[in-house]
Design a protein around this ligand. Sequence first.
Ligand SMILES: [Zn+2]
Ligand SMILES: [Zn+2]
Length: 318
Amino acid sequence: MRAVVVHAGNVALQDVPQPIPAEGEVLVQIRLAGICSTDLEIIRGYAGFNGTIGHEFVGTVNGGSAKLAGKRVVGEINCVCGKCDMCSSGLSSHCRRRTVLGIQGRPGCFADYITLPEKNCLIVPDTVTDEEAVFTEPLAAAFQVLRQSKIEKRTQVAVIGTGRLGILVAQVLATTGCKLIAIGRNERTLALLDRRGIRTALAGDTQLKQDFDLAVDCTGHPDGLRIAMGMVRPRGTIVMKTTCKADHAADLTPIVVNEISLLGSRCGPFNEALNALARKAVDVSGMVTRTLPIADAIAALKLAEQPDQIKILLKVAS
Ligand SMILES: [Zn+2]
Ligand SMILES: [Zn+2]
């Protein structure tokens, strides 16, 4: 089968053996996959991962489970042991022995087929299209912000960075009715949020008040934390969504002086994300700038680096 494989900083479309599901796993034929900034970071060396990349998908179960056979599914990307101290205390996404689809110890979904534990799969409602369902994983990561911080109507929130993840985080935060502003460089993504009734500002706008209760760094850039530190009020909170290989550490003195809380934030609740897509509470349709066949995956990955692009999808099978 075809697979997009990273090895020692090189990425290539290769022919690899089709995986065989282990006990408790299903075989999923990938229909559509989404390119995420994490994939681009992995190609640059983040996480030290070699193998098939990709973790955002919608597919059809093609073996390994009678119950799910033929069903359209999305899948939780953390594959966990269920036995370690993290799993036992309800923190299974931090399982000590986890593998993570296309990121850690498990081949990813930029391929014709993947295997995944059956319990990780969620059936996609008929009202949710493939083009929407493929956003479940990053949307779940956006919902994680709501799980980690108390956000009320009067909470002043800034989303910094309106790329692929920032757009989703801003839309999820908007559902709380909080006092929200999304700050970005890309006029195209700002316009998309404007249309959703979300207040936006261009990065560098000096008119902005610098005393937000909460700032969410979605810049995907090492500078994001420094910008966020300059925006939150004393005793405020920064939620960090950026993972990137940084060559330099930011000066963290403002964290100490202003007693700022730093919250790391990764994966989130898939069921809430899928529900939000079904309810049309979040609009992802305007985010897809190109869909390319997996045969053109290398060109698609290059395109995803371009600042005028938002989400690039890979069409694998229909
Ligand atoms: Zn992702
Ligand atoms: Zn575990």
